[in-house]
Design a protein around this ligand. Structure first.
Ligand code: ATP
Length: 308
């Protein structure tokens, strides 16, 4: 099956400020790809290049096999978007905004959901008659997500969809994303929330300075970290600590009947992330290449496989 998103050798600059450097990326059907990276590394710029609202200076972008800059209404009906730079009519009411989006989508698709149904799903049913200007920041973000869901999209492209959401609203949005994935949708989302990435992602991509520096499952990123797991236990009244890259194998050597207080502490995604994003500065200083965890796209797991 051809990839849902494919970018090849994309370069992009704002004027004389280069942002994306020879960036290539493939997202397969059914994947949930979380795009991570420090502020200003180019995540939103990449998303806008993928959506055709920015034009790569060189390289190519294909979404559903088409150039998004030449795409028609039927193409956009397959995609649900949450973007950073979205303007609206502050005086409109919540349901009017969604009805307007729905009416446009109905011209290209029969899959469109009811406004009331979507507002209920995202927890904004009681705000249907509120003016957009009266919504809180988190409610506004949730409304963006409601709009993204209206067309029951095959592809969700979500730029920081959960920023500013309280934990319960965030959990509900995660469930709705995974409902779409259960319905065979593909997801590309940016986030700064590593626990969100850990929960949702079948694959994590980390960017630094306009390049992809790591690409793999959460488990692969953790394994790529040089820090080993730490095993601690008490035996004959003495505390023991052992660092190992293979804790399961080490545990087989312990006499579990003779020990107590056994703990195994593995590196977290946060530790892996922090180690990876500190690499470019070090690499630049040392003149070495970035650490890149890359897998053969053919072996890319789908979102249906168990997550770590
Ligand atoms: N419209 C613009 N004009 C000029 N420069 C821009 C514009 N938008 C973004 N930039 C610059 O491009 C770089 C990448 O910005 P971008 O918004 O893509 O980063 P990001 O990784 O999404 O950041 P964040 O995590 O803070 O959202 C930054 O240096 C930013 O200052």
């Amino acid at each position: 099956m051809p990839p849902v998103i494919s970018a090849r050798g994309v370069d992009f600059a704002y004027g004389k400020n280069p942002v994306l450097h020879d960036l290539s990326l493939t997202v397969q059907s059914g994947e949930v790809v979380c795009l991570l990276g420090p502020n200003g590394v180019g995540k939103t710029t990449l998303v806008e290049n993928l959506l055709g609202s920015l034009r790569p200076h060189s390289g190519s972008v294909r979404v559903f096999g088409a150039d998004p800059r030449r795409a028609d209404a039927a193409f956009w009906a397959r995609i649900g978007l949450v973007q950073q730079n979205w303007s609206d009519h502050a005086k409109w009411r919540v349901k009017d905004q969604l009805e307007w989006i729905r009416s446009m989508q109905l011209t290209a698709s029969v899959r469109v959901a009811d406004v009331a149904e979507v507002l209920d799903a995202v927890g904004l049913a009681d705000k249907a008659d509120s003016r957009l200007s009266r919504l809180s920041g988190g409610q506004r973000r949730t409304l963006d997500f409601a709009a993204a869901l209206l067309g029951r999209p095959e592809l969700l492209i979500l730029d920081e969809p959960t920023t500013g959401l309280d934990p319960a609203s965030k959990a509900r949005l995660h469930d709705l994303i995974m409902d779409r994935v259960d319905d065979d949708a593909t997801v590309l989302m940016t986030t700064h929330d590593l626990s969100e990435a850990e929960r949702l992602a079948s694959r994590v991509i980390i960017m630094a300075a306009g390049r992809i520096i790591a690409d793999g499952t959460v488990a692969e990123l953790r394994e790529g970290l040089s820090r080993e797991a730490e095993v601690t236990w008490v035996q004959d009244g003495e505390h023991h600590v052992h660092a190992t890259a293979a804790p399961e194998r080490f545990l087989q050597q312990l006499d579990l009947d003779a020990i107590s207080g056994l703990t195994v502490t593995r590196p977290t995604l946060e530790e892996a992330y922090l180690a990876l994003v500190s690499q470019p500065a070090e690499a630049e200083q040392n003149g070495t290449d970035h650490l890149t965890i890359r897998r053969d796209p053919a072996t890319t797991p789908t979102a249906k496989e168990p997550r770590t």
